[in-house]
Design a protein around this ligand. Structure first.
Ligand code: EPS
Length: 377
């Protein structure tokens, strides 16, 4: 399975072609739209999200809502294309690069002096197209009861000390939380920090924890570097704009501990097969899922555009100038969590298709059942 997105932030639409997705899977538009809506929400989002009403249009790959095994083309229109069309310069100072955005590195790479020509594709708006793919994959995974969910662990320097124990509690609690947290006190503190940052014309990042539960053991492989499930998940998450760190399971804390106090001991019970009582490995050992929940944390840096801009340089004159100021978000951590879930759902779906076949749902299900029976023995 693979996909490719096309589209710019202020172009007509974002589009994606998903190829290699199996035949016979029912796809519900409303499930994609609800993910798109979640990506637009959350404290700290800016004015653009008041203009957009992201909705998917499925252009190909389905007949009577069931996948044909053919490429699935999807489109999300940009309402803003009518208000701020691509041709119109959206930057006040189109030559002054914003630190931490693609402006400088992108301009150097492409020999460009007009930053508008860089930011159009570098904008995190592209992630709406990825969320469409993630939502399709989530529907596939749901057929095997594999669920993906996430919650916010940190906003700026405010760190929640509540850790989730399972995915059902994450789903139940975050459903009622606009900040996507599992604790009410955290919600108040985090929103307050985002409001403060907005008042200070500043921006914030945060930490997101993603869970994938009911993953069959055996997805991924230790046979080669690019077949390792943890490497794939880490790479996919790192590809999200503004993500600067990924850790799996105990992550960096694992390095501080002794093996004797941190490795996940192995047990067996007739009804559930092999299992572990702890999950420091985050559900992946030797690049292979081990049947425990996959737990991943990502660090998102603060949004690059600042209303109180940092020092920068005019790319034409090379003179010192304050960075460009354009409409932006104060924080987009909740939005990023939706994209992170999507990227994990895509990686896990690829794991399923590699292990159980990829042509049709019927064949995949039958292979899955035979395998699951065999590993319990
Ligand atoms: C985004 C759309 C963008 C930004 C944001 C993400 O819209 P515009 O640039 O028209 O305001 O709000 O992108 C960035 C934060 C960025 O730095 O590129 C979206 O749809 O998520």
């Amino acid at each position: 399975m693979r996909f490719i997105t096309a589209g710019e932030s202020h172009g007509k639409a974002l589009t994606v072609i998903l190829e290699g997705f199996p035949k016979g899977v029912k796809i519900v538009d409303s499930a994609i739209n609800s993910e798109l809506e979640k990506r637009m929400l959350g404290p700290g989002r800016g004015k653009r999200m008041q203009i957009e009403k992201d909705k998917v249009e499925i252009l190909s790959g389905l007949r009577n809502k069931i996948t044909l095994g053919s490429p699935i083309a999807m489109m999300v229109k940009n309402n803003d294309a009518k208000i701020n069309p691509q041709g119109k310069d959206s930057l006040v100072e189109k030559n002054v690069a914003r630190p931490a955005h693609a402006d400088l590195a992108g301009s150097l790479k492409y020999g460009e002096k007009d930053i508008n020509n860089i930011l159009e594709r570098a904008s995190a708006r592209e992630t709406a197209a990825r969320v469409c793919v993630g939502a399709v994959c989530k529907q596939f995974l749901g057929l095997f009861k594999t669920e993906v969910a996430s919650y916010i662990r940190q906003i700026g320097d405010y760190k929640s000390n509540k850790a989730a124990k399972n995915i059902s509690s994450i789903l139940a609690k975050t459903r009622r939380s606009q900040m996507k947290v599992i604790d009410k006190k955290d919600e108040r503190e985090m929103i307050q920090r985002i409001n403060q940052a907005r008042q200070n014309k500043d921006s914030l990042g945060g930490v997101i924890e993603v869970w994938v539960e009911a993953v069959p053991p055996g997805l991924g492989s230790f046979m080669h570097f690019d077949r390792k499930l943890d490497a794939k998940i880490a790479g996919y998450l790192m590809s999200i704009p503004a993500v600067k760190g990924v850790e799996i399971g105990a992550g960096f804390d694992y390095a501080k501990k002794k093996g004797s106090e941190s490795h996940d001991a192995i047990y067996y019970a007739k009804d559930k097969g092999y299992y572990h009582k702890t999950n420091n490995s985050g559900g992946i050992e030797a690049g292979i899922s081990n049947g425990e929940p996959i737990v991943v944390r990502i660090a998102m840096k603060p949004i690059a555009t600042l209303e109180k801009p940092l020092d920068s340089v005019d790319l034409k004159t090379k003179k010192k100038k304050k960075a460009s100021v354009i409409r932006s978000d104060t924080a987009a951590v909740a939005a990023c969590s939706v994209v992170a879930e999507s990227m994990c759902a895509i990686a896990i779906t690829e794991g399923y298709l590699d292990k159980f076949g990829s042509d049709s749902l019927g064949q995949i299900s039958s292979n899955y059942k035979t395998y699951m029976r065999s590993i319990k023995k």
